[in-house]
Design a protein around this ligand. Structure first.
Ligand SMILES: Cc1cc2nc3c(=O)[nH]c(=O)nc-3n(C[C@H](O)[C@H](O)[C@H](O)COP(=O)(O)OP(=O)(O)OC[C@H]3O[C@@H](n4cnc5c(N)ncnc54)[C@H](O)[C@@H]3O)c2cc1C
Length: 379
C-alpha cells in the first residue's frame, strides 16, 4: 500500500488514560490520530481514583490538570491490618482524587479539541501488521489503516486473546470491586484497610464523593457463592475500620462495578509491532496507587519516542520499538516487581499485623518502600 493511501499516522486502541493522553500529545504534534474506544463515554471503571502527584507538572504543562472538576488533595496515609491494627503517616509526594467518570470525559474533550478522531462504542476486534502498515477491524468498520499502532487496551481485553499473549491463557485469582459513597471521612486521607486475602482503599474524589475500591482473591467470593454483600459482611467487616465505613456510608451506585481476572504478570512491551502502553504493557499492584501515573507517564514516553523519530513519516520502525521498550523497562520494571512483593504482605493476619507494626515503628522503611513504587515528578 502507498503511504498516501494509509488512513492515519497512528491508530490508538483503547481510550483510558494511556490512550487519551497519547492521542492528545501526538495530535498536538500534527500527527493524524484515530482513537478507538470500546465503550461510550462517560463510564465508571474499577479504580481507586487516587492519582500520585508525580504527574501534576506534566498535566499542568499540557493544560490537562482537571482543576475545574475540583479534585481532592490527599496528604496522609493510613494502613490497617486485617484485625484493625492501625498506623498513619504523611505522604511525601501526595496525590489528588478524581473520578474516572469525570476525568476520562475531560480528557476526551481535550483529545477531540486537539484534532484526534475518536470512535467510541466501537470495539476493535483485531489488528494485523502488514508489510509496514496496520490493518484494523472494529465491530462497525473494516479495513482502517495506520502507519503505527498504539494498543492502550488496559489490563485485559479480547485484544490480548487476539494477540495470543501468554498471560491471558492463565487463570488470574483477583477480582476488583468499586463503589462511590458519601461518608463523614477526612478529605485529605487515603486509608488502606487489609482483610483476609485482600485490601480496600478509601479516599475522596471530587464533590462530596468518596471512592471505596478493593482487590480480593477470588476464593473469598467463591466461598459465598458469588454473593458480594455476604462476602463483604463476613470477610471485609472483620476489619473494624471497614465495618464502620460500610455501616455509616451512603452507597451511591445501584450495584458495584466489578472486574475479574486481574493479572500482574509481566507482558511484552511491543507485540507484532504494536506499541503497548498503560496496563496493556504491565500492571502494578493497586496498593501502590501508581497505575494511573504510570499510564500517563507511559503515554508521554511512547508519544515522545514516536515524535522524536517521526521524520515526516519516514521513520525507522525498529528504532522506535527498541527505544520505547527500553525506556519503559528502565522506568517501570522495578516498580512493578516491588509492588508484587509488597502485595504478598497483605491479606494475611500475621503478615498484615507484622507490616503495620513495622511501618509504625520504622517510618523511614515505609517511606523507602513507597518511594520505590512511585516515580519522581515529571513534566
Ligand atoms: C482494584 C483496582 C484499584 C486501582 N486503584 C488505583 C488507584 O487508586 N490509583 C492508580 O493510580 N491506579 C489504580 N489502579 C490501576 C489503574 O486503574 C490502571 O493502571 C489505569 O486505569 C490504566 O490505564 P490504561 O489507560 O492503561 O487502561 P484503562 O483505563 O483500563 O483503559 C483501557 C481502555 O481500553 C478499552 N478497550 C479494551 N479493549 C478494547 C477493544 N478491543 N477495543 C477498543 N477499546 C478497548 C477499555 O474499554 C478501556 O476504556 C487500580 C486498579 C485496580 C484493578
Amino acid at each position: 500500500m502507498h503511504k498516501e493511501e494509509i488512513d492515519f499516522d497512528v491508530i490508538i486502541v483503547g481510550g483510558g488514560l494511556a490512550g487519551l493522553i497519547s492521542g492528545i500529545l501526538l495530535s498536538n504534534h500534527h500527527l493524524k490520530v484515530c482513537l478507538i474506544e470500546k465503550k461510550k463515554y462517560p463510564f465508571h471503571r474499577v479504580c481507586g481514583e487516587y492519582i500520585s502527584n508525580e504527574v501534576i507538572p506534566f498535566l499542568e504543562k499540557h493544560d490537562l490538570f482537571p482543576t475545574e472538576l475540583g479534585p481532592s488533595d490527599i496528604k496522609r496515609f493510613q494502613l490497617t491490618s486485617t484485625n484493625g491494627l492501625s498506623m498513619q503517616m504523611p505522604l511525601d509526594l501526595g496525590a489528588f482524587g478524581i473520578s474516572r467518570f469525570k476525568f476520562d470525559e475531560f480528557l476526551l474533550t481535550k483529545a477531540i479539541n486537539s484534532g484526534v478522531t475518536v470512535k467510541q462504542g466501537n470495539p476493535v476486534t483485531d489488528f494485523n501488521y502488514r508489510d509496514d502498515y496496520f490493518l484494523v477491524n472494529t465491530n462497525q468498520e473494516k479495513g482502517l489503516t495506520s502507519k503505527l499502532l498504539i494498543s492502550a487496551h488496559g489490563k485485559r481485553s479480547s485484544i490480548d486473546k487476539h494477540l495470543d499473549r501468554e498471560f491471558i491463557s492463565k487463570k488470574s485469582p483477583y477480582i476488583g470491586v468499586k463503589y462511590h459513597i458519601s461518608l463523614d471521612f477526612p478529605s485529605d486521607l487515603i486509608a488502606l484497610h487489609n482483610f483476609k486475602n485482600g485490601y480496600c482503599g478509601i479516599s475522596k474524589v471530587e464533590g462530596n464523593t468518596y471512592n471505596l475500591c478493593y482487590l480480593s482473591h477470588r476464593s473469598n467470593l467463591k466461598k459465598y457463592n458469588g454473593d458480594i454483600k455476604a462476602m463483604e459482611e463476613r470477610v471485609l467487616w472483620r476489619n473494624p475500620y471497614l465495618k464502620d465505613i460500610y455501616r455509616n456510608a451512603n452507597f451511591l451506585f445501584d450495584k458495584p462495578e466489578v472486574i475479574n481476572e486481574i493479572s500482574f504478570d509481566t507482558k511484552p512491551i511491543v507485540e507484532d509491532h504494536a506499541l503497548m502502553v498503560g496496563d496493556s504493557a504491565g500492571m502494578i499492584t493497586p496498593l501502590c496507587g501508581n497505575g494511573m501515573a504510570m499510564a500517563i507517564h507511559g503515554a508521554k514516553m511512547v508519544s515522545e519516542t514516536i515524535i522524536d523519530n517521526w521524520n515526516d513519516g519516514d521513520f525507522d520502525r525498529s528504532k522506535i520499538e527498541t527505544e520505547y521498550a527500553s525506556r519503559w523497562s528502565r522506568h517501570f520494571s522495578n516498580r512493578i516487581r516491588v509492588g508484587r512483593e509488597i502485595q504478598k504482605l497483605f491479606g494475611s493476619t500475621v503478615l498484615s499485623n507484622f507490616s503495620v507494626l513495622l511501618a509504625k515503628t520504622i517510618k523511614p522503611l515505609s517511606r523507602g518502600l513507597m518511594s520505590l513504587t512511585h516515580g519522581e515528578p515529571f513534566s
